[in-house]
Design a protein around this ligand. Structure first.
Ligand SMILES: [Fe+2]
Length: 338
């Protein structure tokens, strides 16, 4: 009698602590990635693990400022960013902490994660050359470097140098060609612009379709999204993808990724979430919903991405893109790249 009462009392205790542990299991995500592009995946994570996800979305630099201001009291566990430049900035501001994870080290190629495990790439994004067939024979195209050639005078559309994707692309050139050669490239490249840079990547594609330029530089997921959007489909159909630098280092790529914040109150759950995001199933969903490329080898891409053809990606360590960001910015400014 006494024993069974003990058993009941003990199991009750176990149940209540078990429940409160479940209730306490949560993770706070600060995301520069839009809610609709991430929330369904976070919901899947919650359904599979029981860990509740609290999501705050915002502009990347505002999130970094907020985390900095919150300091030790910051509830933020995971930072999600759509560019390696911002993850590197979080690292430079000492806002993040390393994560030692065999899963992450195994699943993510070394060039797509921080050498000291301070951030991890979750999807890969590519920034190829988009050209207007009929105006350009793809045989004329070769490398990003070649776009500085005088034959492209007044024929290229690209957004402004304050855009981090362009900064990362130029950082990649500095890492490969050196600062001097890249400075020369940038000033010749800027002379080839069809118009002063304005708008986003989608606007460059629209300008090419409207006959303003023959070449647009844009990330593939913008082109893919336009192809799926009835109002943008005809503009997007006016350009074709050319993969540059296939005979040498491969095309410039960037990542969206995650980092665990220094004062994360739920570090274990933060790690669990990032590990979940590199599972094959999550990779496929995550890459497909925004038409990005999985970072994990062997995961299928979307049909639209397949239609752009396969390509060789530059294997440069993306940490370099962050490290050279300031140099790139100064160099673009000097080149007259508005
Ligand atoms: Fe973007």
């Amino acid at each position: 009698m006494k024993l069974s009462r003990w058993v009941i009392a003990l199991s009750g205790l176990w149940l209540s602590t078990g429940l409160s542990a479940l209730q306490a299991a949560e993770v706070n995500v600060y995301s520069a990635r839009q809610q609709e592009l991430i929330k369904p995946l976070l919901d899947k994570f919650t359904a599979e693990t029981g860990v509740k996800v609290n999501l705050i979305t915002g502009k990347p630099d505002e999130l970094l400022t907020r985390i900095k201001q919150e300091g030790r009291n910051s509830p933020a566990d995971v930072l999600l960013s759509t560019d390696v430049g911002r993850l590197y900035r979080a690292k430079e501001l000492s806002l993040v902490q390393p994560v030692q994870s065999e899963i992450l080290n195994k699943q993510i190629p070394a060039q797509y994660r921080d050498p000291a495990n301070l951030w991890f790439g979750l999807t890969m994004r590519a920034r190829p050359i988009l050209y207007v067939p009929g105006k350009i024979d793809p045989k004329e195209l070769s490398t990003i470097e070649n776009l500085a050639d005088a034959k492209w005078r007044g024929r290229i559309c690209i957004r402004s140098s304050d855009n981090v994707y362009n900064q990362s692309m130029v950082s990649g050139l500095i890492a490969t060609l050196g600062k001097e050669a890249t400075a020369k490239w940038a000033s010749d490249f800027a002379k080839n612009f069809a118009q002063p840079p304005k708008g986003g990547d989608r606007d460059q594609i629209k300008a090419a379709a409207a006959g303003v330029c023959d070449i647009a530089i844009a990330n593939t997921y913008y082109l893919a999204a336009m192809l799926e959007d009835p109002k943008d489909k005809s503009a997007a159909s006016a350009v074709k993808v050319f993969w540059p630098n296939q005979q040498d280092r491969g095309a410039h790529v960037n990542i969206s990724g995650a980092a665990v914040l220094k004062h994360a109150p739920n570090k274990a759950q933060a790690q669990q979430l990032i590990e979940y995001m590199v599972s094959a199933q999550a990779q496929q969903w995550y890459a497909e919903v925004n038409h990005e490329y999985p970072v994990v080898a062997g995961v299928a891409t979307s049909e639209i991405l397949k239609s752009f053809g396969s390509f060789k990606a530059d294997t440069l360590s993306l940490d370099q893109l962050g490290a050279l960001n300031q140099q790139a910015l100064m160099l673009m400014d000097k080149a007259g790249w508005k």
